[in-house]
Design a protein. Structure first.
Lengths: 251, 251
């Protein structure tokens, strides 16, 4: 699906590829006005992390994958940036997990919803991926949220027991936690409200997380569900990594 | 010049105002494609700093102001984001310093240059500011840079002894330092190459720096030029502040 022509050996290839995907998505009307700024914030935190999957992020990813695989009704919630940056990868993961995805955007307009749905349907067709895409016709509300932001589907987000919300805002994350769900957050800022609200928080870049999950989805990760998991400890490890970088011990 | 309608008592007012200015500038063709992402990176670092002027940034700002006031040929170099975010403030500072500004953009096209010039000229007219705006007709080159990025004016950047380059890229910053100039950098990332290359690096948000400089420009700051100044120590103080935040001692 990518018509990106840069040299894959370029040291900034992945970063340039993601920017290209956002620019293409913007032209198609898939993004909110704040999408580029949000991506830039993520880039800054990824720079601090070292643009790599930290051991603490790997542990959280394994735990998240285990929770998704053992769930009764797992769902992947997608916003504009997620569809733009990793539409194919989230569909591939959903197919492996045999779960639906649901488009759930903060600034909802019919035009944006149509653009996002069309983009995902085109990927499904081109890549022969069999996944149910929910969100076009909301028939339920997330308690505790106001206006169109509360909209969701009963068969997707409302009835889910485990939900992954990459790049989600703090309010919606909190509302989902308050519904008693296991909420998996992907957020490069370990201090963000979403990161602190999540049941399982993966402090890592979206496309790296999805690549890891797809790679590890066949493994017998369910076993790790019986082990203790401390999300605050995971966040503290990410913070400590960045603190070492800033204290100059790593430069 | 701002038609921004948000409530100034909103806790995110300044952040929303700056985003609004960028969005308006984008509509006018003033910005490069990467402008929004760069702004988002800055937002992330400002969040880490605490969205405040650190004591180390204040010390660097006073030193920078002193260097500009005692210079033979000071100049303020402006790129698209600087003009968009703080066009009025940078003109007001230049007027107080009695120095020219020079538009010097990385991705140079006639359309972008015209849009930026027009924006600044409109501010000059509306605010009755008397400042020379250079850059429309480059007649010199910055040694060590290739292509249109090397373009500058002899009477502005080339002959300057003290130059302020807010939000500048590392290559150009290095080239200016190699010319023997006193280079004042404004950069929210204390680890960036520009921050490390600068003669005087202010780790603070652009509009806060300009407001401080305008406020302090009448003070007798020249005296501080005789004192010792250690830019590495200033950067280390900014890093230490962020490291404390991440190590959890400040949360």
């Amino acid at each position: 699906m990518d018509d990106f022509a840069a040299d894959p050996s370029h040291p900034r290839y992945q970063s340039l590829l993601l920017r290209h995907r956002l620019e293409e998505a913007e032209k198609k009307g898939m993004l909110a006005g704040s999408a580029m700024i949000a991506h830039g914030r993520g880039e800054a935190f990824d720079y601090l992390i070292g643009e790599t999957t930290l051991p603490s992020a790997k542990a959280a990813t394994v735990r998240a994958l285990s929770a998704l695989k053992s769930a009764q009704h797992p769902v992947l919630s997608l916003n504009g940036n997620v569809v733009a940056l990793a539409g194919k990868e989230v569909l591939l993961l959903a197919e492996k997990l045999d779960c639906p995805v649901e488009i759930n955007i903060f600034y909802r307009t019919p035009e944006r919803m149509n653009a996002l749905l069309h983009h995902l349907e085109a990927i499904k067709l081109a890549e022969h991926i069999d996944v149910e895409i929910l969100g076009a016709e909301p028939n339920a509300k997330i308690p505790g949220l106001k206006g169109p932001r509360a909209n969701c589907t009963k068969e997707g987000i409302l009835d889910s027991d485990v939900i992954m919300v990459p790049l989600e805002d703090g309010d919606r994350c909190e509302a989902l936690v308050n519904m008693g769900k296991t909420v998996i957050v992907i957020d490069l800022n370990p201090l963000s409200r979403s990161a602190r609200m999540g049941t399982i928080t993966i402090v890592d870049e979206l496309t790296r997380v999805l690549a890891n999950m797809i790679q590890w989805s066949g493994d017998d990760v369910e076993l790790s569900q019986s082990e203790a998991y401390d999300n605050d400890a995971i966040l503290a490890q990410a913070l400590a990594h960045i603190a070492v970088k800033f204290s100059g011990q790593d430069n």
